[in-house]
Each structure stands twice: as structure tokens, then as C-alpha cells.
Design a protein around this ligand. Structure first.
Ligand SMILES: [Zn+2]
Length: 253
């Protein structure tokens, strides 16, 4: 670990002054590499907060361009970004907040093999994509490579977050919860979502990623956090590992 510059010490002062995080935690963040899947409603606060917090290297994955209907909630993009690739627009926003962060852009559709090779040197994957097929593929690649994963979703006034921690002996994965999810998708394109709900969920996802990298607190692995903005309630449900799970279970098919 190299020492922090005066600029870094000042920029991250409010982190460093927390004894739970300290300079060691800040250095862990600086030396970490996170993959952000999807730069939409969830991925926007994830990427912006990880960058502001000083997470040293971010790889952004999204093949979409910014559309007018995104701007109600996707805060990494502005009106002048319409038509621009989301990864390019998000990278510009990140550099405005924190030019010390290294940002890689990937705007191709990844299959599981490409994703698996991409995450070989990633410390944590934060998945804010909007469909089960991609989320399950990301999960399986993380389980196979034993890479930490934070996965979130939001629809209307509700959100949910879970984490997969490869250091946990019998921690569940995303597929333990959803199986093969062949019963179709629920996404915000069909159902709508309140702007601030993706902000809450994305900010929690970024918090979990920071905790997994720094060892701060106790991460969400083993639980599903459900957020309901209508009643303003959070519920934390214990999530058992499914022994028959195709990704992390003992079954070999
Ligand atoms: Zn599983």
C-alpha cells in the first residue's frame, strides 16, 4: 500500500476520522476494483457514491444509450447526455466528482464466459441490471469465481437488496432465492418506479459494497433486505441457502 497524498487525506477526511474506517479502510477502498453492472436508476447512485467514497477503480458495464425517459431517476446522466452511451455519460459524471478514480467503460453485451473472465480481478460486483436473466448470469459468474456480489432491484415503491459473500461458509446466493426464475420479469419499464426508491436502494447497494471491501460493520450476506416506501418499512429476512441451488448447491447439474 502506498501512502496517501495530502489531497487524498483532505478529500477523504470525513472517512478517515471515523475510527471504524480509518486510513486503512480508505486505502482498501483506493486499492479496490468494483464492477458496476447497469448504469440506470440503481447503477447511477452506486457509481457516483463509490467514486465519491474513493473506490479506486470502477468498471462500468452497460450497452444502452441515455434516453429522455431515464432522466426522472438515473442521476448519473443529464439532459445533454441523451443519445450518449450510459457508460460514457456516467464516466464523465464520476470524473467531475472525483478525478482520482480510474474508470473503464464496457458497452458490449457480455455472455457468461466474457463476464467470468472480466471479474477475475474484481473485488466486488454491484448489479443493478433490470432483468432476471442477466442477474442470474451475474450471480453464477460471481459464485463460480468466488467474487463478492451485491444485487438490488426496485419497482414502484418497493426495493430489495441482497449480498453474496464468498468468504461465508454457507451463505446463500441470488439463485438460491429465485431458482431459475422462468416465470418472467418484473421491471420498471413495465411497472414504473418512484425516482427516490432507486436512490435509496442504490445507495444501500453502494454501502454494502463499501462494507464488503473495508470490513466495516456486518454485511447483508445471508439476508434479504426489503424496502417499502409506501409504509416506509425495512424488513430484513433471513435467507437460507438452497442445497439444490444450481449455482452454489451441491447438485452438480
Ligand atoms: Zn445459491
Amino acid at each position: 500500500m502506498t501512502a496517501m497524498s495530502d489531497e487524498e487525506l483532505l478529500r477523504y477526511n470525513r472517512h478517515i476520522m471515523m475510527p471504524e474506517l480509518d486510513i486503512t479502510g480508505q486505502q482498501r477502498l483506493r486499492d479496490a476494483h468494483a464492477l458496476v453492472m447497469g448504469l440506470g436508476g440503481l447503477g447511477s447512485p452506486v457509481a457516483l457514491y463509490l467514486a465519491a467514497a474513493g473506490l479506486g477503480q470502477l468498471t462500468l458495464v452497460d450497452f444502452d444509450a441515455v434516453d429522455l425517459s431515464n432522466l426522472q431517476r438515473q442521476i448519473a446522466h443529464g439532459t445533454h447526455d441523451i443519445g450518449t452511451l450510459k457508460v460514457t455519460s456516467a464516466k464523465a459524471s464520476i470524473e467531475e466528482i472525483n478525478p482520482l478514480i480510474n474508470v473503464n467503460e464496457i458497452s458490449t453485451d457480455l455472455d457468461e464466459a466474457a463476464l467470468t473472465s472480466l471479474i477475475s480481478d474484481i473485488d466486488v460486483v454491484v448489479d443493478g441490471t433490470d432483468n432476471f436473466k442477466t442477474r442470474l448470469m451475474v450471480n453464477d459468474a460471481c459464485v463460480n469465481t468466488r467474487t463478492a456480489l451485491v444485487s438490488g432491484a426496485a419497482i414502484k415503491l418497493e426495493g430489495q437488496i441482497m449480498a453474496y459473500d464468498p468468504t461465508l461458509e454457507d451463505g446463500p446466493c441470488y439463485r438460491c432465492l429465485y431458482g431459475d426464475a422462468s416465470d418472467g420479469d418484473f421491471n420498471c419499464a413495465e411497472n414504473g418506479v418512484l425516482a427516490t426508491v432507486v436512490g435509496v436502494v442504490g445507495t444501500i447497494m453502494a454501502t454494502e459494497a463499501i462494507k464488503m471491501i473495508t470490513g466495516l460493520g456486518k454485511n447483508l450476506a445471508g439476508f434479504l433486505l426489503v424496502f417499502d416506501a409506501a409504509s416506509m418499512e425495512f424488513r430484513k429476512l433471513r435467507l437460507p441457502r438452497n442445497p439444490d441451488c444450481r449455482a452454489c448447491g451441491s447438485r452438480s447439474d
